[in-house]
Design a protein around this ligand. Structure first.
Ligand code: SF4
Length: 907
């Protein structure tokens, strides 16, 4: 007998009631086409009966959805095996849709609340920050730390947020201690024995139930949740119980029978018995029975099914009373502005239809991205360790080198990685550290602080570091939704008139000389300082964008403007800061993590930890604040207001990501080049690969995600008069720049000076020693060989020979770069050479004297480099003095664009 059945719903009958020997019972009959190895007795589908309350799930289900039935009962009917729910069964709809436990919590309060929470991020407010501190102190106490030290440390760590909220240390410490007293008291009570084993902050992921979350703590394997509010009834609050029950369910999947949940209401200890009646004890236990777990799964099914159908909850799905709801105002405003049906009703006037359409289009595109993130989660259990490593998603077989407690509350974990193993992971990434099994073993979120032969990460718990996985985060998806919500529902009409092309951007008069040796750059700064709404600076490769940005920021600050400097990557933010500092401007606060920010910019980093007043003062008084666009969505940054946002790498940002920065400022300047890398979008079409049902997300009439086009590209096409193109490039010699200029910039790109145009390898090397085929500034070499997976070892050998030739000629290894389309080929070449080898995405924004491009393709043109000609543009324009293209001539000749490329290289 099979212990589970999984498949696609092909027929779904409405529930009915039948007479049985046990009385009346509800049932729903379904047909499921198995996608696992469940036998179908020669048919293409099997009959499945859902009994009792599981029949409710059939009301949510639609054909095309994915259904999982655990512990089915089987019977024979007319020679066929039929399946039905039994006493131990669970029915899971769309198990691949991974729902966070906090989402289930809000869903059971009211489905519309879940939707509203998705749209608006948790704001910076005191109860939220205090709650976070209390949670951290809770973890510290479990780890045996002293209360006073823990409170002092955790309050200090929240210094910046507390400062922005205008709170002082003594007041906060006092309140946190009052709450922590509940925890301490409970920990010291006789309920705990020597056998108590505690785990704080336990990350759980459930492939069966499509759930993920982080339990506050486990005590003897039972979930404990901390709530910083009060509860004077005997029972825990229903939604709190549901949250703890979710963890119990996930623990059950790991074979742990978590039959009791505990809620700890820390505010109860701060209440005066004389003023409050009821049960003031902070800890409330409840038993977790199968009925409650079933309810949790059914609630999750409702949520997943509604998402699959692409519907927006109205609130009528549940019986919550709007008049008691904390979200009532928000609910009515959102309903009113977007003209949505809601149980709470609507207030305000609806935004124009074009804005509603825009909101809807982007909402579904962002949700499709969420599904793509879920698909990444799934790979954590669908792929085995080796497959994940081969896919660059994990570093496996690490050898633990030790763990050390740092700052008394975090752990530094060290491990050695096998030589030559590669992955997508980079320093400063958040990753999943585990003992070898990230799903059912011990796993913790960590931050990578060092990634070379030795790996160093920091984590809350001391995991034995044997494996490090890419952790797919929904944070960027959540931030996009918030930016969309803030723009459409809260944005000024002035701003929206520009975004929706209802009027042209306006400029004041005036002209100054800001840059006297480059007309284009000078025009760009003039345009941007005179912009009343926005300006667009189009900067092809090597045209001095960074210098222009720095000069522009100085000009804006001189006029009294407060400036937000932001970019897609930390590297671009730091490059702009470097230019700004080179021009003598130092009054900067850099927001970001110590691992993300370049070392020489750490001295202007805004500390998060310290005296609240000082930190908040430093931030508020800074005329220039610099952060990545991802950080612009953080709680602290969302409280900041600027006159101007200067956004570099704007052509690499999705529109909502750009909006996250724009929402912080009155005016904006976008700097980018839409002929280089576009935004990275994982889901090509809304609906992604998760197979939404009829009428669902997958059926939205979109062929390409609107996220694939940057706001920069859209606006530069809408308002060419609001843009300036920098046309003089300081990087490439004439010969190298010719192809890019002709193909991508209508021939407008040209060398800034004769020296730039005429530079050659002879300036830095003994070219006489080079083989004839490498003496020209641009060459093409066909090394032969075959593509093996994502590598071409023969091509890698040839690339290594070419690198060696340049080294022999005297080129410094630092001046040579190799670009390959796949990480596997990057690894293949890296094994052979001692110079920088990377993918094109990693090379954007940098340059080398000599660039060698390994195309890998043989037979046909597939692979990430060929997806978009703009990637080739980036690859070719990294080179200053010499560019060598290595690939299969026959494959490249199969497309006109590459034929022209070969013609140019052969010239
Ligand atoms: S106001 Fe009513 S419909 Fe809106 S979230 Fe609250 S309970 Fe739900």
């Amino acid at each position: 007998m099979t212990d589970r059945l999984r498949g696609e719903l092909v027929a779904c009958n409405a529930p009915t009631t039948v007479e049985t020997q046990h009385g009346e019972r509800r049932l729903a009959e379904l047909r499921v086409r198995p996608t696992d190895d469940t036998p179908t007795d020669g048919d293409d589908a099997v009959d499945v009966t859902l009994w009792g309350k599981w029949a409710d799930t059939a009301e949510e289900a639609e054909t095309g959805m994915d259904l999982l039935l655990t512990d089915p009962e089987t019977s024979e009917y007319q020679g066929r095996t039929t399946y039905s729910t039994g006493g131990d069964s669970y029915v899971v709809l769309e198990p691949d849709f991974i729902v966070d436990v906090t989402s289930i919590r809000s869903w059971v309060q009211c489905p519309r609340m879940y939707y509203l929470n998705k749209l608006s991020a948790i704001p910076l407010n005191y109860p939220v920050i205090k709650g976070t501190i209390v949670h951290e102190v809770f973890g510290d106490l479990l780890r045996g730390r002293d209360l006073d030290t823990a409170v002092a440390d955790r309050v200090e760590e929240a210094g910046l947020e507390l400062g922005v909220l205008g709170r002082n240390v003594a007041e906060v410490e006092g309140e946190v201690k009052q709450n922590a007293a509940a925890i301490e008291g409970w920990l010291q009570q006789g309920t705990l024995t020597e056998e108590d084993n505690w785990r704080s902050e336990y990350t759980l992921i459930s492939p069966t139930f499509g759930l993920k979350g982080r339990a506050d703590a486990l005590r003897r394997g039972m979930p404990v949740e901390l709530k910083t509010g009060k509860n004077t009834t005997r029972e825990p609050r229903f939604q709190d119980k549901i949250q703890a029950a979710c963890y119990a369910l996930m623990l059950e999947e790991r074979g742990i029978d978590a039959d009791t949940g505990t809620l700890l209401y820390t505010k109860n200890t701060t209440l005066e018995r004389t003023e409050e009646s009821g049960d003031l004890s902070p800890a409330k236990e409840f038993s977790v029975g199968k009925g409650l777990l079933d309810f949790v799964v059914r609630s999750r099914n409702e949520l997943a099914a509604m998402e699959a159908r692409g519907e927006v909850p109205t609130g009528y799905e549940a019986d919550a009373k709007c008049e008691y709801c904390f979200e009532q105002d928000t609910c009515m405003v959102v309903s009113g502005r977007l003209d949505q049906e809601s149980k709470a009703g609507q207030i305000g006037t609806a935004v124009p239809e074009e804005e509603q359409d825009y909101f809807e289009r982007f909402y579904y595109a962002i949700e499709a991205e969420r599904r793509a993130v879920h698909a990444e989660y799934r790979k954590l259990w669908e792929q085995d360790a080796q497959e994940r490593a081969d896919d660059d998603r994990a570093l496996i077989d690490l050898e633990p080198l030790g763990r050390e407690e740092i700052d008394g509350n975090r752990w530094e974990l060290r491990a050695r990685k096998p030589p030559e193993s590669v992955s997508k992971l980079r320093e400063s990434d958040v990753a999943l550290a585990s003992d070898g099994d990230p799903v059912s073993g011990h796993a913790e979120l960590c931050r990578i602080t060092q990634l070379d032969e030795e790996i160093v990460v920091t984590a809350d718990e001391p995991v034995e570091l044997r494996r490090l996985d890419v952790y797919p985060s929904e944070l960027s998806v959540d931030r996009m939704l918030t930016a969309l919500h803030d723009t459409v529902l809260k944005g000024s009409d002035d701003r929206k008139d520009i975004l929706f092309s209802r009027r042209d951007p306006e400029f004041s008069d005036g002209e100054e000389t800001f840059i006297d040796n480059n007309e284009g750059q000078n025009q760009a700064v003039n345009l941007a300082v005179n912009a009343k709404d926005c300006a667009l600076i189009h900067g092809p490769p090597g045209t001095g964008k960074t210098y222009t940005i720095a000069r522009l920021i100085r000009a804006l600050v001189a006029r009294g403007d407060r400036v937000l400097l932001t970019a897609f990557t930390n590297r671009a933010v730091d490059n702009a800061l470097e230019a700004l500092r080179e021009q003598g401007f130092e009054d900067i606060q850099r927001v970001g993590t110590t691992t993300g920010i370049r070392e020489d910019m750490l001295d202007v980093r805004l500390e998060k930890s310290g005296d609240p007043e000082e930190l908040a003062g430093a931030l508020h008084n800074a005329p220039v604040v610099a952060a990545t666009t991802a950080s612009c969505g953080s709680r602290v940054m969302r409280e900041q207001e600027f006159d101007v946002a200067v956004v570099d790498e704007a052509s690499q940002l999705t529109e909502p990501d750009a909006l996250a920065a724009l929402n912080r400022a009155e005016r904006f300047v976008l700097v980018g080049d839409h002929e280089q890398l576009p935004p990275v979008v994982q889901a090509a079409e809304p609906g992604g690969e998760s197979g939404a049902g009829e009428g669902g997300v997958a059926d939205k009439p979109e062929s390409e995600s609107p996220l694939a086009t940057s706001l920069f590209e859209r606006l530069i096409e809408a308002y060419p008069e609001a843009s300036v193109m920098l046309t003089r490039q300081y990087r490439m010699c004439q010969r190298i720049q010719a192809f890019s200029s002709a193909e991508f910039y209508d021939g407008a790109l040209r060398p800034a000076t004769g020296a730039v145009a005429g530079q050659s390898l002879a300036d830095i090397a003994d070219t006489a020693s080079l083989p004839g085929e490498l003496r020209d500034a641009v060459s093409f070499i066909d090394p032969g060989g075959e593509r093996v997976g994502n590598t071409n070892p023969t091509e890698a050998d040839r690339v290594a020979e070419i690198v060696e030739s340049y080294l022999v000629a005297g080129v410094d290894p630092e001046d040579i770069g190799v670009i390959a389309p796949f990480r596997a080929q990057v690894a293949e070449i890296s094994r052979r050479v001692g110079v920088t080898v990377d993918t094109v995405d990693r090379f954007q924004g940098s340059s080398k004297e000599v660039i060698i491009v390994s195309f890998v393709a043989t037979g046909g043109l597939d692979g990430p480099l060929f997806e978009d000609y703009r990637r080739i543009n980036v690859a070719l324009t990294r080179a200053k003095k010499a560019l060598v293209l290595v690939g299969d001539r026959a494959a490249l000749s199969s497309e006109p664009f590459y034929e022209r490329l070969l013609d140019w290289a052969d010239r």
